[in-house]
Write a protein that binds this ligand. Sequence first.
Ligand SMILES: [Zn+2]
Length: 156
Amino acid sequence: MILYRLRCSKGHEFESWFKDSKTYERQEKKSLIGCAVCGDSKIARAIMAPRIGKKGGDAEIPAAVPAPAPSPEQQQMAALARRMPKEMREALLKVRAEVEKNCEPVGERFAEEARKIHYGESDKRGIYGETSDEEARALAEEGIEFGRLPWLPRAN
Ligand SMILES: [Zn+2]
């Protein structure tokens, strides 16, 4: 993973992760990268450090990082787990284990599956997965029963 500092044609600067420099170049060519501020797809790499000598090549990018970046949610969860009292953490991990044992994992299809079960298009069963705040709100408005819990990283 590489962290690039990017700049749009309107001068907004923002940072974005890419698998490698080739991925960045491919996405940049196809205008797949949008400015984080205004959505502009005319993106160029912002210079992060004074250039020394030669042009081009990855060697001069000081922001290259070897490890993949954890997502903001994972970071948040890990921070939450660190602040949590031990008993609470253990209780949550226990719930997680129970859920994993008794329910079917549906991952990002959670909202879709929950709806199907609610409207009788799918067998009634326990499921677990991920959903966005927006989807969770929509589900609640439709009267679909579900619970949310902080999904702590097991390593904690
Ligand atoms: Zn912009």
